[in-house]
Design a protein around this ligand. Sequence first.
Ligand code: NAD
Length: 360
Amino acid sequence: MNLNVLVLPGDGIGTEVTREAVRVLERVAAKWKHTLQLREALLGGIAIHRTGGPFPDDTRALALEADAVLMGAVGLPEFDNWPPEKRPERGLLGIRKAMGVFANLRPVRSYKALLDSSPLKNELIDGVDLIIVRELNGGIYYGTPRGIFEDGPEPRGVNTMVYTASEIERVTRMAFELARNRRKKVTSVDKSNVLETSQLWRRVATEVGKQYPDVALDHLLVDNCAMQLVLNPKRFDVLVMENMFGDILSDEGAVLAGSIGMLPSASIGAKKPSGAWTGLYEPVHGSAPDIAGQNKANPFGAIGSVAAMLEYSFGLKEEAEAVNRAMESVLNSGRVTADLRPAGTPATTQQAGEAVCQAI
Ligand code: NAD
């Protein structure tokens, strides 16, 4: 198979973890005799430095040509006080929008070898296996009007949360499709006791649910969901929610996995004529300026994102499973990075990546 992949390392540890993820992709391509066409482009802070903006036109064009995009992370402290539309993170919103990806899948599972890395009790997290499906293209991160308005007696900050029924429908439908291949349970998360967007969300999710009689649907308010995720995470299979709720709750999910560095994500859009899903794959974590350049970032979130790419964009399930199994065996061997608090000397980012390649 021809794998045409655009790589966007981005900033900070994004470049370090992406290097290892690409190494794993190359190993898979060599072992299963796929042709790998890799291109690299700029996104985020490095793109601002080199081109003046976080999402250059070249990057946009290459992303639309590629079969799949592998991204690291964006964000540099020097831009922290810049206005939102000029910051590196705007590149992220830009590429998601340009690619039309509307669902962000964040699988969270507990690994036996990492039970002690989580601050939660082992019996609470042993066996956790859930997916958070976050709506990615709408909601308060995109709604207008937005801005800080200085025209009144005092400055006013404004953001707008807006959802159409069709935006809710396509993402909840994806959650039901995923649940069908899993434990057949969808939890739709909202704040329908306060927000009208959530009332519409609940209504549409219920309607979509009627078309999936084999899948159980329940509704949970987002504040209760935040609590249930730490009290009883094993009750969840597939959770679906709007953009900002998903942004927040998926970081809570990181606690279950032992470290935010473990979490992969897949942002999926419409199917291409070839039948593959349009996909943007990235670890959940950010550019981690506190550890950038030290070769100690955990690359497993990025490597897990490669596994997701192989599965969703290329339909290569055997290869995806091989990558997941290789990560599990490295975790069991204890050759892991410092964030997972191994008993012996922690592995470097590069050593952890090499160990996964060897295990494949
Ligand atoms: P972060 O995820 O970068 O870091 C949070 C904490 O987790 C830090 O202590 C960091 O050292 C640790 N951490 C993160 N990834 C790790 C890994 N792979 N291995 C080991 N430890 C890891 O979040 P932040 O500090 O809130 O944000 C830093 C910058 O990243 C900001 O500019 C932010 O806007 C940006 N950001 C980007 C993305 C993205 O590109 N998708 C996501 C979140 C934050």
